[in-house]
Design a protein around this ligand. Structure first.
Ligand code: PEP
Ligand code: MG
Length: 589
């Protein structure tokens, strides 16, 4: 039998570079119920191949319906399942097959699009019919088309935790809970329509060192499960159906990238000091206890942020006090010889949904019932976490951090609960560290502006630029449509960072920064000049940031920061910093 070779047209898409690295692999299209039908051009000599794909999908859909009929018969549901016969008739109607072929030849589009285009014409006609019986047939028509479509897209029934093969994951968007639960060893790369650089999916991709490009808008229109794809996380590019030369070029780039990453390992053992001898502390952010090996491998001074809510998301339900205790103790024990561990109390809500504990969608989730606002109402969950944290504190140097604090009243309420939990443990003679430092994230503009007041009440600050940028500029950090506005180099954000550092210094408390900005070499230079000494980032970013810090003097960084603060826009600041990096330390991105 003559085999049909389909040649697809290479397509390059630009998105947001969310996690560095290069992946070359096969697509696994992970689509939810609201997926869009892909639409791309095909050439004349592709037409027989497209028709073959269509007929194979129709055959599979018919077989599937036959199985359903047998199942229905076993349950004596022949009458109720009578519509399945109509579906088989529709599927095998030669006239419909002819029409599909005609439209394919006429419009030269991929067969998925042709299928829905043809079906839509039928549906429109049926929906305007007088006869209610005919009108109802439009639902059957759609149902049949969708069944064929699922086979055309090779829509596997596999869920992300069950992936069997190495794939590049392509989707409309991924929830942080999807990302946390997927089989990381099977995902070579990620390409999504949605998301931004500081969305939690991007943060997780960096933590797992999976190259990722987000904010692509319409990658699902071009991707077929099983098709070839290249994800260039360094440049924010995705290439679907790359030609031979492009694959060859990217194989070389992948090789170079692997060598570069290995060369960065040399930085691990070097101290993080500026050229003039100032010691800068580089810490690691983690989402799950398993990441602690990478933290130690990259010689982080401390864990600057443990996003504890991911323990909740990993299991999809509330972990018990003991399960939490084990997770916190594991990290504290592993870091005992190295440094402190800042564990942030659960920061659920926003994009971090956990329906099992009532954290579900809201009308305005980022301004809604999230983080400590959730904890203040669900005190049962909050107290359980605090008890687990306090009990684990005997295994290392724990610091507790509260997220999303917006002012002093909230902070006082949080302290009162912490006090209650401590008193309870004391009564029960459960041992815990009596001097655990307690700090807050500065990630809401009201907290940044009143940081002089808050500084008197806490042991440390950690600036969360991911949210601080989002709330200061009023731009959703995960929405690709407004991603062009999301820039932590906006003068308003930089001014707030400066204010927070100054207020912390005045109050003599340490201040760190744990947003994604800390892990960007060009931002690290500006932050250094603003007086920041504690940077917390994905463990894999430490070596690169250290490499840059070791090349500069404090007076140079301060001079740059001063110039930056005098500029009027994020655009100007980006340009200046870029130029400075290229000239001063020959750094290009
Ligand atoms: C931040 O907002 O900067 C931060 C570090 O917290 P998260 O990214 O988890 O919101
Ligand atoms: Mg935050």
């Amino acid at each position: 039998m003559k085999s049909t070779y389909i040649k697809y047209i290479m397509k390059m898409l630009k998105g947001v570079s969310a996690s560095p690295g290069i992946a070359i692999g096969r697509i696994y299209l992970y689509l939810d119920e609201n997926y869009k039908v892909p639409q791309y051009d095909v050439k004349l000599n592709d037409l027989p191949g497209e028709m073959t794909r269509y007929r194979a999908a129709v055959k599979k859909a018919s077989e599937e319906i036959d199985i359903l009929k047998v199942e229905a018969a076993k349950r004596n549901l022949d009458k109720e399942s009578g519509f399945l016969d109509a579906h088989i008739l529709m599927l095998n109607d030669p006239e419909f097959d002819n029409l599909i072929e005609e439209n394919l030849n006429k419009y030269l589009k991929n067969i998925e699009w042709i299928l829905f285009f043809t079906v839509k014409k039928f549906i429109n006609a049926l929906e305007s019919a007088e006869d209610p019986y005919l009108r109802e047939r439009s639902i059957d028509m759609y149902d049949v088309a969708k069944r064929v479509f699922n086979h055309l897209m090779l829509k596997e029934r596999t869920s992300l935790p069950d992936l069997k093969m190495q794939v590049v994951l392509v989707s409309n968007d991924l929830l942080p809970s999807d990302t946390v639960m997927m089989r990381k060893d099977k995902v070579k790369g990620i390409a999504l329509n949605g998301g931004g650089k500081t969305s939690h999916t991007a943060i997780l991709a960096r933590a797992f060192q999976i190259p990722a490009v987000l904010g692509l808008s319409d990658i699902t229109d071009y991707a077929r499960s099983g098709g070839r794809i290249i994800v260039d996380g360094n440049k924010g590019l995705v290439i679907v159906d790359p030609d031979k030369d492009t694959v060859k070029k990217y194989r070389k780039l992948l090789d170079q990238w692997t060598k570069y990453e290995l060369s960065l390992n040399k930085q691990n053992k070097l101290p993080c000091v500026t050229k003039d001898g100032k010691h800068i502390h580089l810490h690691a952010n983690i989402e799950m206890p398993e990441e602690i090996d990478s933290v130690i491998e990259h010689h982080a001074d401390e864990v600057g942020l443990f996003r504890s809510e991911f323990i909740f998301m990993q299991s999809g339900f509330e972990p018990t006090e003991d399960e939490q205790f084990q997770a916190y103790a594991k990290v504290l024990k592993a870091m005992k010889e190295h440094g402190a561990v800042i564990i942030r109390t659960i920061d659920v809500g926003g994009d971090k949904l956990i329906p099992e504990i009532d954290v579900t969608e809201e009308r305005n989730p980022l301004l809604g019932w999230r983080s400590i606002r959730f904890c203040m109402e669900r005190k049962d969950i909050f107290k359980t976490q605090l008890r687990a944290l306090l009990r684990a504190s005997v295994f290392g140097k724990l610091r507790i951090m509260f997220p999303m604090v917006s002012g002093v009243d909230e902070l006082d309420n949080l302290y009162a609960i912490l006090q209650e939990v401590k008193a309870d443990l004391e009564r029960k003679k459960v041992p815990f560290d009596k001097d655990i430092p307690v700090g807050i994230m500065i990630e809401v503009p009201s907290a940044a502006i009143t940081s002089d007041i808050l500084a008197r009440k806490v042991d440390f600050f950690s600036i969360g630029t991911n949210d601080l940028t989002q709330y200061t500029i009023a731009v959703d950090r995960g929405n690709e449509k407004v991603a062009y506005l999301y820039d932590p180099f906006h003068p308003a954000v930089l001014r707030m960072i400066k204010t927070v550092i100054e207020n912390a210094n005045k109050a003599n408390i340490p201040v760190g920064l744990c947003g994604e900005l800390a892990g960007e070499p060009r931002a690290a230079v500006v932050l250094l000049g603003l007086g920041l000494e504690h940077f917390s980032m994905a463990a894999s970013s430490i070596a690169e940031v250290k490499k840059v810090i070791r090349k500069i003097r404090m007076d140079e960084a301060e001079e740059l920061a001063e110039k930056v603060l005098n500029l009027e826009s994020a655009g100007e600041i980006n340009k200046l910093v870029q130029k400075w990096m290229e000239e001063k330390i020959e750094y290009t991105e």
